[in-house]
Design a protein around this ligand. Structure first.
Ligand SMILES: Nc1nc2c(c(=O)[nH]1)N[C@H]1C(S)=C(S)[C@@H](COP(=O)(O)OP(=O)(O)OC[C@H]3O[C@@H](n4cnc5c(=O)[nH]c(N)nc54)[C@H](O)[C@@H]3O)O[C@H]1N2
Ligand SMILES: Nc1nc2c(c(=O)[nH]1)N[C@H]1C(S)=C(S)[C@@H](COP(=O)(O)OP(=O)(O)OC[C@H]3O[C@@H](n4cnc5c(=O)[nH]c(N)nc54)[C@H](O)[C@@H]3O)O[C@H]1N2
Ligand code: SF4
Ligand SMILES: [Mo]
Length: 703
């Protein structure tokens, strides 16, 4: 018997909230308040009708049996896993009372909100991490875990983060993808890249690992991690030596070429070959190819910036298109991020001018140390985590866990799932998924603004970030109207304030977004930096950058040998940690997860397989490790256990284990038990890839 379906079927448009440059347009099919199908918006110009494999099964995420459904309070020791259900009223009252006590004794700076990229929306990320916390006068978080050094390097050199549309790669004759793995991390760039390759463009990938992206390249170069700055300066040395640079363009459009040129004397190919572990002939060949093939596009993301010398490495790479006069050329120049076309009006986002003066800043990469007392000012007495999973995703996790176990720390975690971070909370609050909340999304890979409607009602008692901020504001007795706006009112306010000073947004209104779902910014059709328009103080490419000098940073691109010590400096006598037997561990993106988000989803876990460590056959043999062995990866900071994959897809001396694993699904730890919480050369950047480790078989007794 066929059933006649008379239920109204609704199609609700939205945006993928994940930390991914593509920010896809999505459609949810809803019947009777339940989402029954989820797919790509066929009309979204970037999404083009398909979603990545991670997000296709999104309804499994939304209706995951382990979704948190109501607030809970700890009913045993910290991390004991014992909880009792409480009401939202009780949760809010408990938080409010505890905070009042903390504020009376230590001031509001003792309360630290920690949030990052669980969602990238204007309302649920930007506004929710600013307004209420500014009003409270809470400690501020330096948001430097991802790309802070690269952002500063690009902004200081070029004035803004501007990037061409993905499809412009069709004009490139050569594409150098440098420390970036777009097959996994920017999938909608790939069809355009493949079209360019079919048109004859050459593809070079520079990555210590033979990534999925590298496998499709004409040429894969695998330098030693953290040596990209030297490689770029070595290329520049050759360009200048051979006269392959454009002196006239440099004179007209840059500051500091004479000084940089002088410095390039320090980077002859012989020396650069030693530093990078690449053959001299390869470095010469790369420089020749780059000089001789126009337009050439260098595409970077944040891989090379998560190193101790990451900021300067990005500065050095940014110099190459200037030396060859390729900024402003369609199909040439640098592709990093499109974020600079639209920055939300800070005043409207945070209302800081109507709040107490800004309180102290805590670098998110130093969370563990900060919880253990390494902070200026008051100790951290309360931590409020939302849209982030620091135990899984922040560096030096064992310190974070130690900090979270402090009896006198009051921790609240607002989450969709009981993550490893939530496990240590005093109070856990249930969060809505993207299908249950309203938001507005800009992107860092393109220039479309996409509106996200709530497709279904919140699951049980889940609340959105912004709804929690509004409730916390009421609990704390704050009655400013901008702490009580609806999500749509927030969007309208921020759009209007931003449009008043950014003409690219002049035609974008909430009304229009509601009709068209996504709207492009009004931008000139020219490539970024066309006509030599750079938004630096000098109006030119700042090869020499006074603003950096003022910050105490080397004003010229440089390569400095800054190595991690594996956290063993105090333990030199320990024979396990001999420097000559260490490996450099890099922990980039997993193909099937977004950081630790989605890494609890059965179908994706199955595709990604067990946690693994790629290790070169020579390094494996030296340690009597065979493919499939369980191995311990350790250093002075901690250890984790994984399965060895012996492969020549990593260079000798380098090991790879992708980020994102949930510790409690992987034997209690993940790669971040070893990663350093040292800061890079710029902007307080994380240094995940400057990570010295030692690897041994599990069954081998440590001496
Ligand atoms: N599938 C998936 N997509 C994601 C994410 C994810 O976790 N999974 N994360 C999202 C986020 S938060 C971000 S910031 C972006 C990141 O996007 P990407 O930067 O593209 O991703 P990563 O894998 O972090 O780093 C890129 C590459 O840098 C390489 N690398 C590491 N150290 C060095 C080095 O010293 N030199 C060179 N040349 N290469 C190096 C790594 O091997 C890696 O292949 O992706 C986003 N998209
Ligand atoms: N070893 C290593 N570690 C890394 C990196 C690396 O390269 N190597 N890369 C780093 C990078 S680039 C980044 S950006 C960081 C990312 O680190 P995080 O920002 O901490 O990202 P996730 O680990 O994905 O955790 C996001 C959490 O937010 C939750 N969430 C999602 N939506 C919402 C919401 O609307 N409300 C609330 N309250 N919660 C929500 C999700 O369930 C998830 O648990 O990881 C870093 N970690
Ligand atoms: S993670 Fe990226 S590619 Fe996948 S659906 Fe979201 S925005 Fe699109
Ligand atoms: Mo990131």
């Amino acid at each position: 018997m066929t059933e006649l379906n008379l239920q109204p079927r609704q199609l609700i448009h939205g945006a993928c909230p994940h930390d991914c440059p593509d920010t896809c347009g999505v459609i949810t099919e809803v019947v009777d308040g339940r989402a029954v199908d989820f797919y790509a918006d066929p009309e979204h110009p970037v999404t083009q009708g398909w979603l990545c494999a991670k997000v296709r099964p999104y309804l499994d995420h939304v209706y995951h049996p382990e979704r948190l459904r109501y607030p809970m309070q700890r009913a045993g020791g910290k991390g004991s896993g014992q909880w009792r259900r409480i009401s939202w009223e009780e949760a809010l009252q408990t938080i409010g009372d505890r905070w009042q006590t903390i504020i009376a004794e230590y001031g509001a700076e003792a309360i630290l909100p920690y949030s990052y990229s669980g969602t990238l929306g204007l309302v649920q990320m930007d506004v929710s991490s600013a307004r209420f916390w500014n009003r409270l006068g809470a400690g501020r978080l330096q948001r430097s875990i991802c790309g802070a050094a690269a952002e500063q390097a690009v902004e200081m050199t070029l004035g803004a983060r501007l990037s061409q549309p993905y499809e412009d790669v069709l004009h490139s004759r050569l594409v150098i993808i440098w420390g970036h793995n777009p097959i996994s991390t920017a999938p909608h760039f790939m069809p355009h890249l493949r079209n360019a390759q079919r048109n004859g463009a050459k593809l070079v990938v520079i990555d210590p690992r033979r990534t999925r992206t590298a496998r499709g390249a004409d040429w894969h170069l695998a330098p030693i991690p953290g040596t990209d700055g030297a490689l770029a300066l070595g290329m520049a040395h050759i360009l200048a030596r051979e006269g392959w640079h454009d002196e006239a363009w440099l004179r007209e459009n840059t500051v500091g070429w004479p000084q940089l040129r002088e410095r390039l004397a320090d980077y002859p190919p012989e020396r650069v070959a030693c530093i990078t572990g690449l053959a001299q002939e390869d470095i010469l060949e790369l420089a020749k190819l780059y000089a001789g093939t126009r337009p050439a596009l260098i595409k970077i993301a944040d891989g090379i910036n998560r190193n101790l010398n990451g900021g300067q490495s990005v500065r050095a790479v940014c110099a190459l298109p200037a030396i060859t006069a390729q900024y402003g050329l369609r199909g040439g120049g640098l592709a990093y991020s499109s974020s600079g076309y639209l920055q939300w009006d800070e005043g409207a986002v945070g209302h800081a001018a109507e709040c107490p003066s800004p309180s102290r800043m805590v670098n998110m990469n130093r969370l563990g140390a900060a919880l253990l007392g390494d902070v200026h000012g008051a100790p951290i007495k309360s931590l409020f985590v939302f849209g982030a999973n620091p135990v899984a995703s922040a560096p030096n996790a064992s310190k974070i866990v130690e900090g979270l176990q402090r009896e006198d720390l009051f921790t609240v975690v607002h989450e969709l799932f009981l993550t490893d971070t939530a496990t240590y909370a005093d109070i856990v609050l249930p969060a809505t998924s993207q299908l249950e909340q309203v938001d507005l999304h800009k992107a860092y890979g393109h220039t479309l603004i996409t509106y996200n409607r709530a497709a279904i009602p919140p699951l049980e008692e889940a609340r959105s970030n912004w709804d929690v901020m509004r409730a916390l504001a009421a609990t704390m007795g704050f009655d400013e109207p901008w702490l009580q706006q609806s999500a749509d009112e927030v969007i309208e306010e921020v759009l209007a304030a931003t449009a008043a000073r950014n003409p690219a947004l002049c035609d974008v209104t909430l009304e229009r977004l509601r009709i068209e779902n996504s709207v492009p910014l009004s931008l000139p059709a020219d490539p970024p930096f066309a006509g030599g328009q750079f938004r630096t103080p000098s109006g030119k490419v700042e090869l020499y950058c006074q603003a950096l000098a003022d910050l105490g940073v080397d004003p010229l691109p440089a390569w400095r040998d800054r190595e991690d010590d594996g956290g063993v400096s105090g333990a030199q006598s320990d024979a396990r940690f001999a420097p000559e037997s260490s490996l450099c561990l890099i922990t980039g993106a997993a193909h099937q997860f977004v950081s630790s988000s989605l890494a609890n989803q059965a179908s994706l876990l199955k595709r990604e397989g067990e946690p693994f460590l790629e290790i070169h056959p020579a390094d494996a043999t030296a340690r009597q490790i065979e493919d499939g062995d369980s191995v311990v990866v350790e250093n002075g900071r901690g250890w984790f256990e994984v399965r060895a994959v012996v492969t020549d897809g990593v260079r000798p001396g380098v090991a790879v284990s992708p980020k994102g694993r949930w510790p409690r699904r992987s034997g209690g730890r993940n790669a971040n038990w070893t990663t350093p919480d040292a800061l890079a050369d710029m902007a307080g950047q994380s240094t995940f890839h400057s990570n010295r480790v030692w690897v041994r078989r599990v069954d081998e007794r440590s001496s």
